[in-house]
Design a protein around this ligand. Sequence first.
Ligand code: PLP
Length: 310
Amino acid sequence: MPISAVDKIWMNGELVDWPDAQVHVLTHALHYGSGVFEGIRAYKTERGPAVFRLTDHLERLQRSAKLYFMELPYTVAQLAQATKELIHENGLEHCYIRPIVYRGYGEMGLFPLEAPIDCAIAAWPWGTYLGDEGVKHGVRVKVSSIKSLDNNAITPAAKACGQYLNSQLAKIEVMKGGYEEAVMLNNAGFVTQGTGENIFMARGGQIVTPPLSTGLLEGITRDAVIHIAASLGHDVIERDFTRSDLALADEAFFTGTAAEIVPIREIDDHPIGEPGPLTQEIQRVFHEVTAGRSSAFARYLEYVDEAVKA
Ligand SMILES: Cc1ncc(COP(=O)(O)O)c(C=O)c1O
């Protein structure tokens, strides 16, 4: 999906002009994938732009960095303030936000600990990742032959740059086959997640999502959906399931910051159908939350203008 440029990018503590946010071609992360990042969204509300679970995302960034022995050069509070100032400075009402912490220029080779750590935050307006039609009517998905990352190969618990080669292979495979998104399985054959989303299914009124031990990213939208579902009286069960369980599901959907909540209408050519009542209810409440119209989940929003003025 194309990026639409705005004025400024935050880089190592300073706001720089968008075209000047450059790195050297010998940047360590460019060669070895040695970086960690986040994907966050800010939404338009009556109180100005509000970032959805900003601190939770930045804390995950810190955990991802820890798993790769990278020390964040800024605190979570500093990065949160920098994000809000960046959104304000660029005059964005809503946007996608991409903080990245990466090993920079100066060292080559696979012992990375001497390389400098650089940090940048970009934000730009970005539409829904799997398309408006997908959000309304669901997407066609296929189980990929590319397996999910194994806990003992590259940890799926971190959101690290290099691991997305795995997602890209799966996504390319299914898109070349005419599908819109891939579902990935672990080596034991259990469903883990999409290429950039977590996954839920419902059968007989019960909502299920794979447990973290399957090998998946602990999504912040996943967590929000578990809490939203509970507030609607539906406990989400975390248990293993297979591709045949998905084919027999009454409802299924992806969750993620970029995708938000996207129904799955077909899996491996088995129809699941138009978005069902549970999916629609969760989608509706999620949009109320992100628009700042839910008092029950007001804690999920961090407002930009108020923080910048303060
Ligand atoms: C592999 C993967 N799984 C799940 C997710 C969903 O996570 P979140 O809801 O925090 O965006 C993402 C997106 O960040 C992802 O890349």
